[in-house]
Design a protein around this ligand. Structure first.
Ligand code: S3P
Length: 449
């Protein structure tokens, strides 16, 4: 891995401009994976070229697909994926290194489980700590075999099968990664594979499977849960995909603009899938001025241009059932809450403990260092006491190999009395290449520390 890259963020003036943040990470991973098992060519515009997604591209090549990048002549890129066809992934001659990416690891484990090949998965020190049993348990029920480190952790070996049996599986945790792994394993499985989710998690896999030609149906059950069913062995055909800007990345400049007086920022082409937009609902409830302009559909996903203006934010209670739709955005919401007037309570954050870092602990620790009063509840809630005045700052915050912790505290540093430093900003490249250049272009002052 790269050397640590300490960064420091100093209080800034207004945040102004019109930008497009990089492509959606969830959609980018899925585009490469489905392109690799479709027949023919998939052309992807606006793919996120962050390290996480580049790990997926490398893995798909090791599994036999072609994935090539070219310039689109307008400063962007086009990726062309030539798929091998469903069921035809080849056994990789090398270990599949998924870097920092839980999405890449878990979704691919599902996809290869339905192939008669063996694959060894590994990742960096952060990924190799994260729980994988949530994926391997249902995939074992379908007939795949796994040998993992203790606690179901990477590195692990998947022994896949071309003869998996379909299952109906009720998710024990609200996780799109687990749902997607099972649906992807169900693709090369005869019959109908069903995942039942009590809480709606992001549905990019379902939308994209349909886009490639698979049949995916949903049924509302008596208890309110949703049953999602994929019919096995579909004909998947290469497609054209336009990846929207990532709402999870747009969150950082959006919060920066809300916090800094005089700001007006236009964020173009932002994905507005309702299962992803919980942060924006929350910021509007806090008093944030966010206008959703030019709402439209882009290749099956809703998008809009977001106009964000400086606003005085107030504390609110964020209900637990909103967590799946803003699961990656709590760290930056906590930064906003630290600058708001009044107390913000965020409920139902248990899953934050198993992200790239224990985000609940890292956010609480970082805010405390910056002079913000916070409490972590025994029920995995986070309470942030804002005073409406700039927090003190003047601290170095630990990031534990977590891109979103790093970006969130750099945003906080734009609004604190004294600068905020992060011990390592290198992992920002996993999801948001050139975050620093883009933010500084809008008026931020983030420098190497
Ligand atoms: C993702 C699902 C979420 C999210 C992650 C991306 C996906 O994880 O945190 O960044 O692309 O499916 P979980 O499914 O583990 O909640």
């Amino acid at each position: 891995m790269t050397h640590a890259r300490p960064l420091r963020s100093t209080t800034t003036g207004a945040i102004r401009g019109s930008i497009r943040v990089p492509g959606d990470k969830s959609i980018s991973h899925r585009s490469l994976m489905l392109g690799a098992i479709a027949v023919g060519e998939t052309v992807i515009h606006g793919l996120l070229e962050g390290e996480d997604v580049l790990h997926t591209a490398a893995a798909m090549r090791l599994l036999g697909a072609e994935a090539e990048r070219s310039d689109d002549g307008q400063g962007g890129s086009v990726w062309r994926v030539r798929g091998v066809g469903l069921g035809a992934l080849q056994e990789p001659a090398q270990v599949l290194d998924m870097g920092n990416s839980g999405t890449a690891a878990r979704l691919l484990m599902g996809l290869v489980a339905g192939h008669p090949i063996s694959c060894v998965f590994t990742g960096d020190a952060s990924l190799n700590k994260r729980p994988m049993a949530r994926v391997t348990n249902p995939l074992e029920e379908m007939g795949a075999r796994f040998v993992s480190r203790s606690g179901g952790r990477l590195p692990l070996t998947v022994v896949g099968s071309g003869e998996l049996v379909p299952i109906t599986y009720r998710l024990p945790v609200a996780s799109a990664q687990v749902k997607s792994a099972i649906l992807l394993a169900g693709l090369n499985t005869a019959g109908a594979t069903t995942v039942i989710e009590a809480e709606p998690t992001r549905d990019h896999t379902e939308l994209m499977l349909r886009h490639f030609g698979a049949t995916v149906t949903t049924e509302r059950l008596e208890d309110g849960a949703l049953a999602v069913t994929v019919t096995g062995q579909p004909e998947l055909t290469g497609r054209s995909i336009h990846v929207p800007a990532d709402p999870s990345s747009a969150a950082f400049p959006a919060v920066a603009a809300l916090l800094r007086p005089g700001s007006e920022l236009l964020l173009n082409d932002v994905g507005m899938n309702p299962r992803r937009t919980g942060l924006y609902d929350t910021l509007v409830e806090m008093g944030g001025s966010i206008a959703f302009e030019n709402r439209r559909d882009q290749a099956g996903e809703p998008v809009a241009d977001l106009r964000v203006r400086h606003s005085a934010l107030k504390g609110i209670v964020v209900p637990a059932d909103r967590a799946p739709s803003m699961i990656d955005e709590y760290p930056v919401l906590a930064a906003a809450a630290a600058c708001a007037e009044g107390t913000t309570v965020m409920l139902g954050l248990k899953e934050l403990r198993v992200k790239e870092s224990d985000r609940l602990a890292m956010v609480a620790e970082g805010l405390t260092r910056c002079g913000v009063s916070v409490e972590v509840g025994a029920d995995d809630s986070l309470t942030v006491h804002g005073t409406g005045k700039p927090p003190k700052g003047g601290a170095t915050v630990l990031t534990a190999m977590d891109h979103r912790i790093a970006m969130s505290f750099l945003v906080l540093g734009m609004a604190t009395e004294q600068p905020v430093s992060v011990d390592d900003g290198a992992f920002i490249d996993t999801s948001f290449p050139d975050f620093v250049g883009l933010m500084n272009g809008l008026g931020a002052a983030i420098v190497e520390a």
